[in-house]
Design a protein around this ligand. Structure first.
Ligand SMILES: Nc1ncnc2c1ncn2[C@@H]1O[C@H](COP(=O)(O)OP(=O)(O)OP(=O)(O)O)[C@@H](O)[C@H]1O
Ligand SMILES: [Mg+2]
Length: 269
């Protein structure tokens, strides 16, 4: 149960690397057509393809946000690096899937598959005000708009809520260009956030978790493979520095966005 072992908060540990041995089935729900694969450690993983339309930046966001969330004590399925031999797709009848496998040779992202999990909403089970506020705060920090009540990207497994699908977070990285600087403020609309009506104080969560983030950033960003990072700044560590600059700017702007979240929450609770 690797997922449970890595649930502890604290210093991020290096991502395990495995090789895919069998493509099992596409997960039809996902917009990026993630697939279920078996790997050489006999584990089953949800594979996010490097060749998917969302591109490598979606994989970067999965690692950065997933591992930051885990280090801050939130439950995230184990994230691994999955080496994929494009030949694995040969026998795949679906042409779209076959094409995706063909263009995704090399290092992809995998999430420990949580068997028997199902989509979580606060109607299924009350997450409690504390966890709800932590999820809402995290999503505000990383600009994750993919946690709406329509598409919560939360799974209920072993009576616990697990966070998945952070590929659309950190949307500022789509504007990376030479000379890029983080904006002093970013728009984040939480009106449809699945946790908004049930969350407790975001201000309290910010006071607890915000100060922990700077010390975690270098270790979290180090987990991203160099070849996944945008090369526009000339070196992988410069790209990592750009992500760090974003987080520093976002944390400096926290009094503003946290009070916005707080106002939206109080109006809804
Ligand atoms: N670790 C996991 N264990 C079990 N099921 C999972 C796991 N990760 C994803 N799924 C299932 O696969 C679906 C698609 O995954 P995910 O949301 O990560 O992909 P996506 O392509 O980014 O989706 P979308 O953009 O449609 O939200 C999830 O809604 C969930 O039902
Ligand atoms: Mg999803």
């Amino acid at each position: 149960m690797a997922a449970v072992a890595r649930h502890d908060s604290g210093v991020p540990s290096p991502l395990r690397a495995v090789s895919a041995t069998r493509y099992v089935t596409p997960l039809r729900e996902g917009g990026s057509l993630p697939g279920l694969v078996e790997a050489d450690d006999l584990g089953m993983y949800v594979l996010k393809f490097r060749g998917a339309g969302q591109g490598l930046k979606a994989l970067v966001a999965e690692v950065v946000v997933g591992e930051l969330a885990r280090a801050l004590g939130l439950p995230v399925p184990e994230i691994v690096l999955i080496d994929l031999d494009p030949e694995l797709g040969r026998a795949e009848p679906d042409e779209e899937v076959q094409q995706l496998l063909r263009v995704s040779g090399g290092r992809n992202l995998g999430l420990d598959y949580l068997p028997g999990s199902f989509d979580f909403t606060p109607l299924v089970r009350d997450p409690g005000p504390d966890l709800a506020a932590r999820v809402l705060w995290l999503d505000g920090l990383v600009l994750n708009v993919d946690r709406s009540w329509r598409n919560p990207n939360l799974l209920l497994w072993h009576r616990e809520v697990w966070l998945i699908d952070h590929g659309a977070s950190l949307y500022f990285h789509h504007r990376f260009a030479e000379g890029w600087q983080p904006a002093s403020t970013y728009r984040y609309d939480a009106a449809d956030h699945v946790m908004l009506p049930v969350a407790g104080s975001v201000t309290e969560v910010d006071a607890e978790l915000g100060p922990k983030v700077p010390a975690l950033l270098d270790d979290v960003l180090a987990l991203v493979p160099d070849d996944w990072l945008d090369d526009v700044f000339g070196a992988p560590d410069r790209t990592r520095a750009a992500y760090r600059a974003y987080f520093e700017a976002r944390l400096a702007d926290a009094p503003r966005w946290v009070s916005e979240l707080e106002a939206a929450r109080v109006a809804r609770v």
